[in-house]
Ligand binder design. Structure first.
Ligand code: ZN
Length: 336
């Protein structure tokens, strides 16, 4: 799509932004299994947690850019909600390639949830004015970089209009479109095969979503010690509630995250759906988004995961790598 003659900002160099790196004291996977299982069983009728060899994630239904979740594991929290509220900071445009230098990892595999590269979606009929319909979109980040080679399997979801019945539409990003914007929660690794946490939960009897249940269990058992995990969730049975952002978000000044909630369309995704993202057990005062998953399907629908809407039939299967490091980039000084 043509983006010439437009005044889009250039990407910020993440190497020059404030970076907080926290080395994590990673407990053995079997200790995490033991710690969280009782809490999973409080919220779900059936639950299991075990240490397994990661399945090949390049295969359906996952279709990720790399096979596994192991090697140089890192969880990133980049930007934050203050890049959307009270006004959208268009200059908050980042390039995922910068993570190569920040991590020093090769290959580097990035999966997770972020806002997409709005300039990619072009301009409206008035030259140099960004189409408001395309400003904020949700990305399922799925990238593998090996040397200078890039394999980009990123999905982007957006609403076509503000109408509640509007269609969710889907785009794929080409290999050379490496930008994202506003905020991101990524799990990065070498993408090698190896041991991961497998968590299966079926039939929800408590109030917590899959990701909230895992996060609260981790926080309960590990307290101030940060456990950061990332990976994939397969939803085989039961519908889930996701949001996709309405175009009007770009036009209305927002005062709070609650108001942001009015400017999203909620849709129900039928199974099967797959999500990528991460969970951080504890915020040491960095204004973090502690859990964040974006879902995709093979039916062009997707969005930001909230919770299942058919608790009697829901079945989640998650595969997670455990991170040895947590990194916050571009922390704002302004707390909402
Ligand atoms: Zn999201």
């Amino acid at each position: 799509m043509a983006t010439e003659n437009c005044n889009f900002p250039s990407t910020l160099d993440m190497n020059e932004l404030p970076i907080v790196r926290i080395k994590l004291n990673t407990p053995p996977l079997k200790c995490i299994v033991k710690a969280i299982l009782p809490d999973l069983l409080d919220n779900f009728e059936n639950a299991s947690a075990e240490v397994v060899q990661c399945p090949d994630l390049t295969q359906p239904p996952f279709n990720l850019a790399s096979e596994g979740l192991n090697g140089d594991e890192n969880v990133f929290d980049i930007g934050d909600i203050t890049n959307l509220i009270p006004s959208i900071k268009r200059e908050k445009l980042y390039n995922i390639k910068d993570l190569k230098r920040i991590t020093g990892s090769d290959p580097l595999v990035i999966i997770g949830a972020c806002a997409g590269p709005y300039p990619f979606f072009g301009v409206d009929s008035e030259a140099s004015i960004l189409s408001l319909y395309r400003l904020i979109n949700l990305c399922v980040e799925n990238v593998k970089m090996t040397g200078d080679r890039v394999k980009n399997g990123t999905h982007v979801h957006m609403m076509k209009s503000d109408d509640a019945a509007a269609e969710c539409c889907h785009k794929s990003l080409p290999d050379d479109e490496m930008r994202f914007s506003m905020m991101a929660n990524f799990f990065t690794s070498n993408g090698f095969k190896g041991e991961v946490l497998k968590i299966v939960c079926e039939i929800r009897k408590g109030p917590l979503s899959f990701s909230t249940c895992i996060r609260e269990a981790l926080e309960k058992h590990f307290g101030d010690e940060i456990i950061a995990i990332g990976g994939v969730i397969l939803i085989e049975n039961g519908k889930v509630k996701v949001h996709v952002i309405k175009p009007s978000l770009a036009k209305i000044p927002l005062q709070s995250e609650k108001e942001l909630g009015k400017l999203v369309n909620f849709i129900e995704l039928s199974p099967p759906s797959v999500g990528v993202g991460c969970i951080v057990s504890h915020d040491p005062g960095l204004n973090l988004r502690l859990q964040h998953f974006h879902l995709y399907t093979d039916r062009n629908q997707g969005g930001h995961y909230h919770i299942d809407t058919e608790p009697n039939t829901i079945k989640y299967t998650g595969y997670f790598g455990v991170s040895k490091q947590f990194t916050k980039i571009d922390q704002s000084n302004f707390m909402l």
